[in-house]
Design a protein around this ligand. Structure first.
Ligand code: ZN
Length: 247
């Protein structure tokens, strides 16, 4: 079974459409979403409508999702994020709000190559960022998972341990990573709708569960079209501009 694992769509419809076309071309059997469906981008309702039939029962909530439906205090977000969250709150249609409100904080895949799926970290699924080996190590100690897919930082990367110290590895596109049965992994799949690793292309990962191989995919999408909509909706310039550079 091939699973597409995507995160941080952030209401970017153009990026999402390109990713969905690609995962269909790669004949992925299932799609898993690691949260932040909305926030920042101009098409929250459209993105949820498109994704929902594919990921229902296989998706989790992110911090922006919770903020958009009033489950998280927005004063903890920076000023631009707060502005985008307020815009999202007034834009969301009731059925979309209901879907987001009901998202769980974690999901588990059983079968070949079982894994845990969360937005932030296994220890704190909604808010914690795993940005370094020390935080990854604390999470490995906190829970007994062998493999966990995360998003939240919008930066693809791999944290791995084979009993010893946690190694931080790059996760370059189109280079299949063979998961060792004895090792443990925290794998960040990057962001579909707002990449922040200096590469403006949309990111997602494909897991071949039988082969235990995971591959990062990067895809160009019509960024200007998303940006035009953001300008039209009055979303902050900083959020518009960062899409061009992937920061
Ligand atoms: Zn996010």
């Amino acid at each position: 079974m091939r699973l597409a694992i995507l995160s941080d769509v952030h209401a970017n419809l153009e990026a999402l459409e390109v990713v969905l076309d690609d995962l269909r071309r790669r004949e992925c059997d299932r799609v898993v979403c690691l949260g932040d469906f909305v926030g920042y981008g101009p098409n929250p309702n459209e993105c949820v409508d498109l994704l929902r039939p594919l990921v229902e029962g296989r998706s989790v909530a992110g911090n922006h999702d919770w903020a958009a439906v009033g489950r998280l205090d927005i004063t903890f977000f920076n000023a631009f994020a707060q502005e985008a969250i307020r815009w999202t709150q007034q834009a969301l249609r009731p059925p979309v709000t209901a879907f987001i409100s009901a998202l769980p904080t974690e999901w588990s895949h059983e079968g070949a190559t079982p894994f845990l799926a969360v937005h932030g970290s296994p220890r704190d699924p909604i808010e914690e960022y795993v940005l370094d080996g020390a935080t990854a190590e604390e999470n490995f100690r906190h829970r007994p998972f062998a493999l966990c897919f995360i998003g939240h930082s919008h930066v693809p990367g791999i944290f791995a341990t084979n009993g010893g110290a946690v190694e931080t590895q790059l996760f370059p596109a189109e280079e299949p990573v063979h998961l060792e049965p004895s090792a443990r992994y925290l794998i960040n799949v990057g962001s579909v709708g707002q990449p922040r690793d200096g590469d403006a292309r949309a990111a997602y990962a494909v897991l071949d569960a039988e082969e235990a191989v995971v591959t990062l995919i990067r895809l160009a999408y019509p960024v200007e079209r998303t940006q035009e909509k953001m300008v039209r909706e009055g979303l902050p310039d900083v959020l518009v501009e960062r899409l061009s550079v992937g920061r």
